[in-house]
Design a binder for this molecule. Structure first.
Ligand code: TMP
Ligand code: ASP
Length: 242
């Protein structure tokens, strides 16, 4: 990024820069990967570019389905132009299949397909280790109103239907994903952040055996190796399909 654009914020996987237009930002996707609240860190050359391309495609699909998002356009391989938004400090996780923390925290068996999608909401706060939060606690903390929470939940369920179908078309099972929402300059609620194999679990359906083949950040979380190969495969399938 050149000097004209000021670094506004640096997160674990992205950098946000100012844009000439005050209502917009430039978001750069980094090659860094973290897991377990950054207890585990690594760099994967090319991850930023792959996530940027994958996320841009997915946001285009969601925009076409009338989901309000911050995404404006792909700028180059690892940067996008987006609306500047005020992020709501909640991480909205939707699960179609039980895996990860749901199975560590309950007696539900890994790989169980859920009768209906489960939405788990976490407080976005690294110091507190992003704890699971309740509706009542969200209200108590005045994070958002219950009406706004219902809006977020409705959008998340709608996004799930769109994404599940899309990924099924490219032989991927959408196990779960994490979303973040925010307000744009007109105070509209929009989907922010990214949708990529960093924050979705995607299992390969092109497998003969019953073994789970993760094509997402679990390759890093669980030391499976082949992260770039997995992300490249997803990018390839998306490009071949669109
Ligand atoms: P979990 O099973 O670890 O709770 O993760 C559920 C989904 O949310 C999975 O697709 C990974 C994603 N996720 C994030 O994007 N960021 C996070 O900080 C965490 C914990 C999970
Ligand atoms: N994003 C989280 C972290 O930074 C964890 C995860 O994705 O598993 O550490």
């Amino acid at each position: 990024m050149n000097n004209e654009h000021e670094l506004i914020y640096e997160g674990k996987a992205k950098k946000v820069f100012s844009h000439d237009d005050a209502d917009k930002v430039i978001i750069e996707f980094k090659d860094d990967a973290t897991a377990f609240n950054a207890l585990k860190k690594a760099k994967f050359e090319g991850k930023g570019k792959l996530n940027c391309l994958i996320s841009s495609r997915i946001f285009e699909i969601l925009k076409n389905e009338n989901i309000p998002t911050h995404f404006i356009a792909l700028k180059n391989e690892n940067t996008i132009i987006a609306q500047k938004i005020k992020i709501i400090p909640l991480e909205i996780v939707l699960r179609n299949t039980a895996y990860g923390s749901l199975c560590r925290q309950t007696t539900i068996r890994s790989g169980t397909d859920l009768v209906k999608p489960l939405i788990d909401i976490y407080l976005k706060n690294d110091e507190l280790n992003d704890p699971l939060i309740t509706k009542d606690r969200i209200e108590l903390m005045n994070i958002i109103s219950s009406k706004e929470l219902d809006l977020i939940i409705g959008l998340t369920l709608k996004i799930n239907v769109i994404l599940k179908n899309f990924f099924k078309n490219i032989q991927l099972k959408l196990v779960d994903f994490k979303l973040e929402f925010g307000y744009d300059f007109q105070n509209n609620m929009v989907l922010g952040d990214e949708i990529s194999p960093d924050n979705c679990r995607l299992w390969d359906l092109n497998q003969n055996s019953d073994t789970i083949v993760s094509l997402d950040k679990d390759r890093f979380r669980n030391d499976l190796g082949g992260l770039i190969e997995a992300y490249s495969e997803i990018n390839r399938r998306i490009n071949d399909f669109i």
